[in-house]
Ligand binder design. Structure first.
Ligand code: APR
Ligand code: PHB
Length: 394
């Protein structure tokens, strides 16, 4: 079997890249380890930057997002009994974010791919990448008990943090940068109306809390928990009580609770590999980097990698610009490191760090007080939250 671009992984990165390439007449095949329902069952983030919204429109998969997504002009920071609004629109000259769940983005992309007739193999096993530096790159995998050999020109490693693409690069090539935080987020999804029209990020002496949503009738709430906590120890009532204790009193009083429809604990990690390419293989999204969820950057960074790789491949196939291929990693990493910085900073500013001394606590409170009290500070938060501009490929 032959294709121009072999895509490993049918998460948002792989599906979006596949859709853009297909629209541009560049042949691609996606292989995915899991069945489609499993991919759709993962509950992830829900804040889309303007750049990602525009890219989904360009890919022709924005119809439902444009009718059902919730554009948000701002969000709130709650700390020391105060509620401070970051007016994204006003502080960035008109930019906003879109509340639309990753699950829905994935569903829309899956439908578009099915309608396009482009090939996707789900439930594949034992995917292996071959001849990454040579003249005949290929991917082998088993599907329905048969071994398939897929010859290709380029391989997009869109297979997430635990995928095989990054692991296929020989030892000694990649440099890894990592920070593991000593806590996680316990998240609950519930069919209840949001407590507030906009998201609330709360710094509290009991720990961080976040009020988010998926729609006018579905909410997503989080509380910071110790890294070793178990979901089984968090019945719904304990979760709601803990969340309320960390919110400003007027907000807690308005919070409507209900049975959880999903509950999980996610660890917090910052991770980057350099470079993001090796021969014909290009790492995209979570395969190359992880951010803690505090700045809502994970999915958005995946989209900006896709944008860069798509623009490069477009120029390679339509303008013969093969020279651009070697610039992929350098172009992506500039923006990735800035989003890593913002996510790390938001995490540092809003969470309770075990074992910190009184001086560090005062510094954290003062940092929040300073940033929200200064026009420059609020602008810095806003321009990062709506997303820094995409790198230009030329
Ligand atoms: N072979 C085939 N597919 C694989 C393999 C493999 N060996 N290993 C992993 N995969 C698949 C996973 O099953 C998954 O569906 O690759 C996909 C990777 O998807 P994600 O983990 O969602 O990663 P990505 O598409 O880069 O999405 C961006 O950023 O911060 C996050 O929440 C955000 O999940 C989102 C991610
Ligand atoms: C979410 O809605 O799941 C969400 C929102 C904002 C974040 C992280 C997660 O920063």
């Amino acid at each position: 079997m032959k294709t121009q671009v072999a895509i490993i992984g049918a998460g948002p990165s792989g599906l979006l890249l596949g859709q853009l390439l297909h629209k541009a007449g560049i042949d691609n095949i996606i292989i995915e380890r899991q069945p489609p329902d499993y991919v759709l069952g993962r509950i992830r983030a829900g804040v889309l930057e303007q750049g990602m919204v525009d890219l989904l429109r360009e890919a022709g998969v924005s119809q439902r997002m444009d009718s059902e997504g919730l554009p948000h002009d701002g969000f709130e920071l709650a700390f020391a009994g105060r509620r401070e609004r970051i007016d994204l629109k006003q502080l960035t000259g008109g930019k906003t974010v879109m509340i639309y769940g990753q699950t829905e983005v994935t569903r829309d992309l899956m439908h578009a791919r099915q309608a396009s007739g482009a090939r996707t193999f789900y439930n594949v096993k034992d995917a292996q990448l071959h001849d990454l530096k040579g003249h005949k790159p290929s991917v082998t995998f088993s599907h329905d008990g048969e071994t398939v050999r897929l010859e290709c020109e380029h391989i997009a490693g869109c297979d997430g943090f635990h995928g095989i693409s990054r692991q296929s690069i020989p030892d000694g090539v990649l440099q890894e940068f990592e920070r593991v935080y000593p806590f996680g987020w316990l998240g609950v999804l519930a069919d209840t109306p949001p407590v507030n029209e906009e998201l609330i990020y709360a710094n509290h002496e009991r720990g961080f809390a976040l009020c988010s949503m998926r729609s006018a009738t579905r909410t997503r709430y989080y509380v910071q928990v110790a890294a070793e906590e178990k979901v089984e120890d968090w019945p719904d009532q304990r979760f709601w009580d803990e969340l309320k204790s960390r919110l400003p009193a007027d907000t807690a009083a308005r919070l409507i609770t209900g049975p959880s429809i999903e509950k999980s604990i996610a660890p917090l990690r910052s991770f980057v590999v350099e470079p993001m390419q090796y021969g014909h293989l290009f790492l995209v999204g979570d395969a190359a980097h992880i951010v803690p969820p505090t700045g809502a950057k994970g999915l958005n960074l995946a989209a900006s990698d896709v944008n860069t790789l798509y623009r490069i491949l477009h120029k390679v196939y339509h303008e013969g610009r093969s020279d651009l291929l070697e610039r992929y990693s350098e172009l992506c990493l500039k923006r990735i490191w800035k989003a890593e910085r913002f996510s790390w900073w938001m995490t540092s500013m809003l969470h309770k760090f075990p074992g910190t001394d009184a001086f560090s606590q005062r510094m954290q409170q003062t940092e929040l007080d300073y940033f929200v009290g200064s026009e420059a500070g609020r602008k810095t938060i806003a321009e990062n939250y709506v997303g820094l501009p995409y790198e230009v490929v030329e």
